[in-house]
Design a protein around this ligand. Structure first.
Ligand code: NOJ
Length: 544
């Protein structure tokens, strides 16, 4: 019951508050959210029709504030939209510019902001820029990409793709190699040419003018590469090894976190600043975690994803360490973010699978996500506990095997989970929609969906949860995590029991605001609180 004597570092650097500090974001994988035209593929009109589910202004909707749409542009879909062949159009599978405009208008009418996925690191190899670049060494677009002569019979250096194999592909027509951080069909742009950054600014402006509220920026730490294309050193020389190097582990030293990336982000930020209240959140995988802070300097990214929970086992120790580290990282005035799942990783409810504790674990994790200091990102379907789906080999679409977390949203127990009316079925198989679906949970006050709604509403109605400082609360059983949130004249205590057995705690007396256990009655709590198995609570300790 000791309030950590140390002043929480975040309080030393007040951040001017903007909407993204208070918002709850909801990530949508558009092909899998809702199919409006019966072709088996989710689309933008489908998203628009479900906006009321996301936030209709009443307690009967989820209550999120902003949507992040995964890529919506034309693409040959080697990497499902992350290989873009036209940045200023809509993938015909998803709709057209009119459907985009409708989505923005309807979302804004409900005070929901919309951010788009900006993929500036690479294009598709079918993008006209790359076609021209590949066409001849003398083409004006040649240097928009990273071309180099090989060394001996091999590639120019030892860089490896984040996916598999070398980061270089030989092009016999012009007898040079081009660089790709991901698939060979995703050549990296060369930001050492000013025109490339200008072109990307043009893309940003195009969507900002059309009403986008900002961007999730893909692969940020890879945007700039060493000018001399030097070999990465051996892992023994430096920390931060890349696992994908077949020839022995190497460090992403010269193809990651290069100083020029910060200049580039400042350029992106200037574009955003020209449009008022717009933002960007970066997908940053720095080669060493402390480097993340550099991307969050006041004139660079507004937010960066914090992926620590993706790698944390379900334990108080692991989550607590992730929270402490992030707290330190954000000490310089950066604002934290929290996320449990996205389109690249196994869904967290499946990561936390454990006999009869799975649902309880998802509930406690949800409370943690929504009560920590920082902006939470929810991945579509997590609010109903959608599981990772085992995809039969014949139905697999993603070369990196990520389909299982990208399956159709489970709206109801109707055929295809209410996702599509296509007789041919959905583009990816559905999960178990008979067991887990929105319609059933919307009627059930004890459901996971009902808990998410309550948590989001509590956050919205409680400035302390959004703005308050974070202080750890010590002296609780080791498989529990507890912390205070203090600010806006109030003090709250969050206690999370990660064990599948009850745990007795000693806490200051207060009033229960919310429990993950629907049967716990609202009550005043005295100093001896028994947390149930897999239970989390938020307690109001009154005026601070
Ligand atoms: C990160 C995205 O989240 C992932 O889906 C994609 O494959 C890579 N970047 C390449 O764009």
């Amino acid at each position: 019951m000791i309030i950590s004597a140390q002043t929480a570092p975040q309080s030393r650097h007040p951040i001017p508050r903007r909407w993204w500090h208070d918002a709850v974001f909801y990530q949508i994988y558009p092909r899998s959210f809702r199919d409006s035209n019966g072709d088996g593929i989710g689309d933008l009109d489908g998203v628009t029709t479900m906006l009321d589910y996301l936030n209709d202004g009443t307690a009967d909707s989820l209550g999120i504030d902003a949507i992040w749409l995964c890529p919506i542009h034309p693409s040959p879909h080697r990497d499902w939209g992350y290989d873009i062949s036209d940045y200023c159009a809509i993938d015909p599978d998803l709709g057209d510019l009119k459907s985009f405009d409708r989505l923005i208008a309807e979302a804004h009418r409900r005070h929901i902001r919309v951010i788009l996925d900006l993929v500036p690191n690479h294009t598709s190899d079918r993008h006209p820029w790359f076609r021209r670049s590949r066409g001849s060494r003398r083409n004006s677009k040649r240097r928009w990409y990273i071309w180099a002569p090989g060394k001996g019979n091999g590639p120019p250096n030892n860089w490896v793709s984040a996916f598999a194999g070398p980061a270089w592909t030989y092009d016999p027509f012009t007898d040079e190699w081009y660089m790709h951080s991901f698939l060979p069909e995703q050549p990296d742009l060369n930001y050492r040419r000013a025109e490339v950054a200008e072109a990307m600014h043009g893309v940003m402006r195009f969507w900002l003018e059309r009403g986008a509220d900002g961007f999730r920026v893909d692969a940020v730490s890879r945007l700039s590469k060493d000018a001399e294309l030097r070999d990465n050193p051996a892992a023994s020389d430096r920390a931060g090894a890349s696992r994908s190097d077949a020839g022995g582990v190497r460090v992403n030293f010269y193809c990651h976190d290069q100083p020029e990336v910060h200049q580039l982000l400042r350029g992106f930020r200037r574009v955003l600043n020209g449009y008022g209240d717009r933002m960007m959140v970066g997908e940053v995988w720095p080669r060493e975690q402390p480097l993340l802070a550099q991307y969050l300097r006041p004139d660079e990214l507004n937010l960066a994803f914090n992926f620590r929970f993706f790698k944390s086992p379900y334990s108080a120790g692991a989550f607590g360490a992730a929270v402490r580290d992030n707290d330190e990282l954000c000490a310089a005035g950066a604002w934290p973010t929290w996320t449990l799942s996205n389109h690249d990783f196994m869904r967290h409810i499946s990561r936390y699978e454990s006999d009869n504790a799975t649902e309880g674990r998802a509930r406690v994790a949800a409370m943690m996500l929504m009560t920590l200091r920082g902006t939470p990102f929810i991945y579509y379907g997590e609010e109903i506990g959608m599981r990772q789906v085992d995809i039969p080999p014949a139905r697999r679409r993603d070369p990196m095997g990520r389909d299982g977390c990208r399956t159709p949203m489970q709206w109801s127990s109707a055929l295809q989970g209410g996702f599509t009316a296509s007789p041919a079925g959905p583009w990816l198989p559905c999960g178990d929609y008979l067991r887990t679906n929105v319609a059933a949970q919307a009627r059930d006050g004890r459901s996971l969906l009902a808990l998410y709604r309550r948590l989001i509403r509590l956050r919205r109605e409680t400035p302390t949860l959004r703005e308050g400082v974070y202080r750890s609360f010590d002296g609780i059983p080791q498989d529990c995590l507890a912390f205070y949130r203090e600010g806006a004249g109030r003090r709250l205590l969050v206690m999370l029991n990660f064990a599948h057995e009850p745990r007795q705690t000693e806490s200051p007396a207060g009033t229960l605001l919310l429990s993950t256990e629907p049967d716990r009655l609202p009550q005043s709590l005295d100093a001896r609180l028994v947390l149930g198995a897999d239970e989390g609570v938020v307690i109001d300790l009154g005026a601070a």
